[in-house]
Design a protein around this ligand. Structure first.
Ligand code: ZN
Length: 497
């Protein structure tokens, strides 16, 4: 006879499995869908969303949760983690009326197309009403869930449970204080990474190289794959990870680094305990920790000298003619090129966080009502000029560049910057506790780092919230100082000597 806990887990796994089917439909939509099949896919998405919502809000889950909470003294520590998170998810799902969920889903779809069109024509005014409605929906959702007085904190909590705008503001303010002078000094440097070093890199050979790199880092291709899509992403669970990349014959590093980034996300998912898939013990902590995993591999590891010490000969062997005139130093500088850009996804590590500070500040102003949607482009451009020293010539390279807001994804941007901070703090810890790690990398062996991340982070699922996890693993509160020290060391060493 299954216990109430077993019955709860069966229910949770059932709802989760439906979610993974929906994810697979989404992956297929971006990788394989024939051009005129979008309407059919939208209908499939709608059915899946409805089915999933019904499974996640089944009254039986509510009854089992009440029963388990009443007898909580009989539960193990792990079971309590599952029950606590299941309660939170169940309450959130059941407090949102079905009509509201449907309205938001339909609006997201319309707003996405309006955004894509507005971006194409660089016409913010055409998109503004959709963004206004998204904001209204976000406020309404916060209200329905009891966060009416703190709607932006709710938006953050959706991505990074337990974090608040006030905590993030404190961290970002300190980061900005150290970052602005560093950016200024590097931009004044006489050292310049050469652009246009890379021309005519056949896609097939790029594929071979990135497969070798990602496999060596530790991605398990028996439980995952990589395909091509317009924008790189990683979806699925540890049982079946779907990563994507894109190729440009004249920019092999773009594909390589975005693939390493997605590999970091994929390896995190693959490291979550498979047996607990569908419950909190088999889930990631939140987006900031997720981003820390992708950033650590993409930046701290793959932009390091020792990484290239191992991979440069392999890179050259695949592209001997293309790299004949490129020195090792020029290649390494190109890997760590610092160049201001208006576009977040093209930004280097030094500038990247400034792009996030901008979005975080504007999101807060939109939610507090200090800033009206119609005034957003002007506010964006002014802040961009202040922080990045560049002013967008149009809305396409300004306020319309990111997809996030078109699906109502407010509160997501800070996760990127928090992820960078966490990655740097983890990196600092590994360098203090795993001696000889860089010698491993120089030999092409990344298993000790992955093993450490598995033990310290992946294996715990959602047992600890972000800040607690960082404290436990690194022995200190999350601080921007590790990121600043890392940037000063790596980029100061290249540009400020
Ligand atoms: Zn990412």
């Amino acid at each position: 006879m299954p216990t109430p806990y077993d019955r709860l887990v069966t229910r949770l796994k059932h709802a989760h499995a439906l979610g993974t089917v929906a994810d697979l439909l989404g992956w297929d939509e971006q990788v394989n869908l024939p051009p005129d099949s979008a309407d059919a896919r939208a209908a499939q998405h709608a059915v899946m969303a409805e089915t999933q919502h019904a499974a996640a809000t089944a009254p039986e889950i509510g009854r089992l949760l009440s029963e388990l909470e009443r007898d909580s003294a009989t539960l193990t520590a792990d079971q309590l983690v599952t029950v606590r998170h299941a309660r939170r998810d169940y309450d959130r799902a059941t407090k949102l009326p079905t009509e509201f969920v449907a309205e938001k889903a339909a609006h997201s779809s319309h707003a996405y197309h309006a955004w894509a069109d507005a971006k194409k024509h660089s016409d913010f005014a055409a998109y503004a009403p959709f963004l206004e409605k998204h904001l209204a929906l976000a406020r309404r959702e916060a209200e329905l869930l009891g966060w009416g007085d703190r709607p932006y904190d709710y938006a953050i909590d959706r991505h990074d449970p337990g974090l608040s705008a006030a905590q993030i503001t404190a961290l970002f303010t300190e980061l900005k204080r150290g970052l602005v002078p560093l950016v200024r000094d590097i931009r004044a440097s006489k050292v310049q990474a050469a652009t246009n070093l890379f021309q005519g890199f056949p896609v097939e050979s790029q594929r071979v190289f990135l497969r070798e790199v990602t496999e060596r880092l530790g991605f398990n291709y028996r439980r995952g794959r990589i395909d091509v899509s317009l924008h790189p992403f990683c979806s699925g669970t540890g049982a079946d990870i779907r990563m994507t990349t894109r190729f440009d014959a004249d920019n092999p590093l773009d594909s390589l680094f975005s693939s390493i980034h997605e590999t970091g996300h994929g390896m995190y998912e693959q490291g979550l305990p498979l047996a607990h898939l569908g419950t909190a013990l088999g889930q990631s902590v939140g987006m900031a920790v997720h981003e820390s995993q992708s950033r650590l591999w993409e930046n701290q590891v793959a932009r390091s000298r020792v990484f290239w010490k191992f991979f440069e000969p392999k890179f050259r062997a695949l592209f001997p003619a293309q790299l004949a005139a490129v020195s090792s130093d020029a290649l390494y500088l190109a890997v760590n090129a610092v160049e201001p850009t208006l576009i977040r996804v093209d930004a280097d590590e030094v500038h990247y966080n400034l792009h996030i500070l901008l979005r975080f500040e504007l999101e807060q102003k939109l939610f507090s009502g200090v800033l009206a949607v119609r005034d957003l482009p002007a506010a964006w451009n002014a802040l961009c000029t202040e922080l990045l020293g560049q002013t967008p010539a149009n809305d396409r390279e300004g306020v319309l560049q990111d997809v996030h807001w078109s699906s109502g994804g407010f509160g997501y941007f800070p996760s990127y910057c928090l992820g960078n901070m966490i990655a740097a703090q983890l990196w600092d810890t590994t360098r203090r506790t795993l001696s000889g790690l860089e010698d491993d990398f120089a030999r092409g062996d990344f298993s000790r780092l992955l093993g450490w991340l598995r033990d310290q982070i992946h294996t715990h699922g959602r047992r600890y919230e972000t800040m607690e996890l960082v404290r436990r693993v690194t022995g200190a509160e999350l601080s921007p100082n590790h990121l600043l020290a890392y940037l000063r060391e790596r980029y100061g060493g290249l540009y400020l000597t």
